[in-house]
Design a protein around this ligand. Structure first.
Ligand SMILES: Cc1ncc(COP(=O)(O)O)c(C=O)c1O
Length: 393
């Protein structure tokens, strides 16, 4: 079975480009040009150079010995938290800013939840001297204040989204509205593997550097490039897609995607999309979406702003329904405890998003010498005030 996008922009029944007519020329231009630009050797050279010298790649693959001893497996952390700006999001924004340059766009817009994608976008706009406008839910502006300051320092304008739950979904709506109003000079840097085709495929390709490196790093460290388990958290799904990408056809590697259960899957305050959602269209693609009987999007909830999203990327919907990957969920409380555990056992404070992936280790049973790779998608600096409030620090 193919897990990649077909020529029509679909993964099985999911994907496509469900967009208003006003956006059609922009999306068509991207669809026609993205592969040609990305595969151009000059583009690749510039992209890889920036990843090396500016982002600091390759990110280490770290054998977490005390964590491994606790769970009885060999647990490796893919350290995306050590990237410049503190998360995996920069892999994608570096790629998309080079694409925007080639498309001749001078104005960049983005949406952000945890603020990591907003920061990563403001960063590459400063790097290239381009105007940057970031839409962010008013609730997220509050809980991710350090990231808002970082964006402003780098010259970006941060516009609050005040509709709905005032989180990522609403920021995405505002960004799409902006793009409709500014179709010629603006490129929309979407921050996850969501949106109309070709975004999910384009973002997955830019993030696939995560699994590309992991394979050779594992080979160097263990003598095989094929792990037993690969774990990553899923908001829209970009760190997970990057972490899974080069393992999709390696059936030995069991892929596990961890969503946010919030206060509990059945509490009405959750973002566990694959458990609670059904097929529908959100932000330009057909996927699995949390919705009411009559198709209204349900407001999601998670303590972690980056996972607080009522959908998942269409490729994830396909991996879920085809059973290539297992989709599970972790509550706020479980994630917070896992974040504290990593800090105490390894001296690494993870982003609360990444803590969801770590928390799943305690639900697994290992035979002893199995190899597990967990994508540590980001660092916890942005979440310090949430950790402080939660643990009374
Ligand atoms: C550190 C971190 N991990 C994970 C995510 C979730 O996004 P995605 O599912 O696209 O990787 C975010 C989103 O902001 C994030 O900041």
């Amino acid at each position: 079975m193919s897990y990649q996008v077909n020529e029509k922009g679909y993964y099985g029944v999911f994907g496509g480009a469900y967009i208003p007519e006003m956006l059609y020329p922009n999306v068509k231009e991207l669809r026609e040009k993205y592969l040609e630009y990305i595969q151009d050797p000059k583009f690749q050279e510039e992209y890889l150079q920036l990843l090396k010298d500016y982002v600091g790649r390759p990110s280490p693959l770290y054998l977490a010995e005390r964590l491994s001893a606790k769970y009885g497996a060999k647990i490796y952390l893919k350290r995306e938290d050590l990237n410049h700006t503190g998360a995996h999001k920069i892999n994608n924004t570096v790629g998309q800013i080079l694409l925007a340059e080639r498309l001749g766009k001078k104005r960049i817009i983005a949406e952000t939840g945890a603020g990591q994608h907003g920061v990563a976008t403001a960063t590459v706009c400063a790097l290239k001297g381009l105007e940057c406008i970031v839409y962010m839910g008013a609730v997220d502006i509050e809980r991710q204040a350090p990231n808002v300051a970082r964006m402003k320092m780098m010259g970006a304008t941060v516009i609050p989204a005040t509709s709905g739950s005032q989180t990522l979904k609403d920021a995405t709506n505002e960004a799409l509205r902006d793009w409709i109003n500014n179709p010629t000079d603006t490129h929309y840097i979407i921050g996850s593997v969501v949106g109309p085709h070709p975004y999910p495929d384009m973002v997955a390709r830019f993030q696939s550097i995560i699994s590309e490196e992991t394979k050779w790093q594992l080979l160097e460290k263990t003598g095989t490039s094929s792990p037993d388990y690969v774990l990553a958290c899923v908001g829209g799904g970009s760190n997970a897609m990057g972490m899974f990408y080069h393992f999709l056809d390696d059936e030995h590697a069991k892929l596990i995607a961890i969503e946010a259960a919030g206060k509990g899957v059945n509490t009405g305050e959750s973002a566990a999309t694959t458990l609670l959602g059904k097929e529908g269209v959100l932000h330009g693609s057909r996927s699995i979406v949390m919705q009411t009987e009559d198709g209204q999007v349900v407001e999601p909830y998670s303590i972690s702003a980056g996972l607080d999203y009522p959908g998942i990327g269409p490729q994830h919907a396909h991996l879920h329904t085809s059973k290539r990957a297992l989709y599970v969920s972790i509550t706020d409380d479980e994630a917070m405890q896992a974040g504290l555990e990593l800090a105490k056992l390894e001296g690494i404070i993870p982003a609360i998003e990444s803590s969801h992936a770590l928390a799943y280790l305690s639900k697994m049973e290992f035979k002893g010498d199995e190899t597990v790779v967990v994508c540590l998608s980001g660092r916890g600096d942005k979440d310090l005030s949430t950790y402080m409030t939660y643990f009374g620090l």
